[in-house]
Design a protein around this ligand. Structure first.
Ligand code: COA
Length: 427
């Protein structure tokens, strides 16, 4: 039995943040029923398409292990079906723009009245405050959550990161909120509202920069390379390139082949307990006792010089050869891996972190698997649903509607053309 088997989710999510959350719950065994607009479905089905007539990778990689029902919520019959679903589900998850759910008549108060056990979980861009009504996408959240102002190089503009900390990050936060509310329900018997704002989620992941903001009020941030360069700090935490900025200074350093391979680099950390080993490995044994280098505080103003010397050593070998040597001495380091290298890494396939999935119209493709491994509830990744693939099955088996009721719903146009899913041929 899967960890969340028996939990039924009304998945009213779209794009990335909400679908990340519900995919995770599906991977843990919940029955996730995705409600989609007839005809188009989740907008990402048709975005960034690479294979004609097939659901995009954007959609397939965020909606594994789910079922799909098409329902037009602007059709009274569609809303009627939705209310029936709200009665038999444990959790409703949504990430519409602020106000959309209320406009549908799906207010928390009304949902709670109809199904007191229902947990209603929402992602919005911002929490209550000046931007509460704003629509938000990933990069807006990265900017408003403190990530962009602290990412990049000091002499360049703010930068967004490729890691989707606003969307997927907030989806992860929301999933934790949902399972916590499910746990609470076992004693309270009641559902509750779970809200995650993307700005809050990003800030939660950027907390060390809020730490440094406060440290800055007490003096310069000595772990940032600009300290050693003699460049004064301003009023806010600066962008610090690839400095770790923490207690164990680190940098990205060139390795053999960097002139032609954009990923021939290694992240190297000068962890204090292995400082002696680092000195020996790079051929500077004298630094172990030299008062300018022996102690962490003495090294801080010299980080550029120290990493420059270490880089002379890393440039003599590939990132993997450097890894092999540094690991003998337990020196913390990591290769800069390209997506190509990650896709081809056999150990990630073996752990199910990268999986190959077969899809009726697109064929085989790679996806991330569940990064959270439960010993008694392993994840089996199954393909994303075709648009409306399970409409009939859900009306019949979940809602227990009889033939005449289903026929009336179909005739009303509430489910669209369910017999022939719109974007794809039947399997
Ligand atoms: N049938 C009919 N209409 C449907 C429907 C269905 N099954 N599902 C949704 N709709 C309608 C909604 O009722 C809404 O209509 P309304 O504005 O007339 O009330 C409409 O679709 C659009 O919803 P909205 O959420 O505003 O979509 P959008 O494409 O304009 O905005 C976002 C997209 C992501 C910017 C916005 O949803 C948002 O800010 N979400 C919260 C933050 C978030 O999660 N952002 C990250 C996304 S990865």
């Amino acid at each position: 039995m899967k960890a969340l088997e028996g939990v039924r989710i009304l998945d009213f999510t779209h794009v990335q943040s909400g679908p990340t959350c519900t995919q995770l719950l599906a991977w843990f065994g919940a029955d996730v029923i995705k409600v989609e607009r007839p005809g188009t479905g989740d907008i990402t089905r048709g975005q960034l398409c690479d294979v004609p007539e097939a659901d995009s990778l954007y959609f397939t990689m965020l909606n594994h292990n789910k079922r799909s029902i098409t329902l037009d919520t602007k059709n009274p019959q569609g809303m009627e079906v939705l209310w029936e679903m709200a009665k038999v589900c444990d959790v409703l998850v949504e990430n519409f723009a602020p106000g959309v759910l209320d406009r549908m008549g799906f207010s928390w108060e009304r949902l709670h009245e109809v199904n007191p056990r229902l947990i209603v979980a929402s992602v919005k861009g911002f929490g209550p405050g000046p931007y509460a009504d704003c629509k938000v996408y990933e990069n807006v959240a990265q900017c408003a959550g403190g990530s962009a102002s602290t990412t990049g190089f000091r002499d360049g503009p703010p930068l967004v990161t490729g890691a989707q900390i606003g969307d997927s990050g907030t989806g992860l936060h929301l999933a934790l909120g949902i399972v916590t509310a499910l746990f609470h329900r076992t004693t309270s018997g009641l559902g509750q509202k779970v809200d995650c704002a993307m700005q809050d989620g990003v800030l939660n992941l950027c907390r060390i920069k809020l730490r440094d903001q406060q440290r800055l009020e007490h003096g310069p941030l000595k772990e940032y390379s600009q300290f050693g360069e003699g460049i004064p700090f301003g009023k806010a935490v600066p962008r610090a390139g690839n400095d770790s900025g923490g207690g164990q200074p680190g940098r990205i350093l060139k390795c053999k082949g960097w002139e032609t391979d954009p990923d021939a680099y290694i992240y190297f950390i000068t962890q204090t307990p292995v400082w002696g080993a680092i000195c020996d490995v790079i051929g500077e044994p004298g630094w172990k006792t030299d008062p300018d280098y022996a102690k962490p505080a003495a090294r801080l103003p010299r980080l550029n010089e120290i990493f420059g010397r270490i880089e002379q050593w890393t440039m003599t070998m590939t990132k993997f050869e450097a890894m092999d040597i540094l690991n003998i001495y337990h020196i913390p380091c990591g290769p800069i891996l390209s997506m190509k290298e990650i896709a081809e890494e056999t150990s990630l396939r073996e752990t199910g972190t990268v999986v190959e999935v077969d899809h009726p119209t697109r064929g085989k493709y790679l996806s991330v698997g569940n990064p959270i491994k439960l010993s008694a509830s392993p994840t089996e990744v199954t393909r994303s649903p075709l648009l409306g693939e399970h409409t009939d099955e859900i009306l019949r088996d979940v809602l227990k509607f009889d033939d005449s009721r289903i026929a009336a719903i179909m005739a009303s146009g509430a489910t669209g053309a369910t017999e022939a899913p719109s974007r794809v041929a039947a399997e």
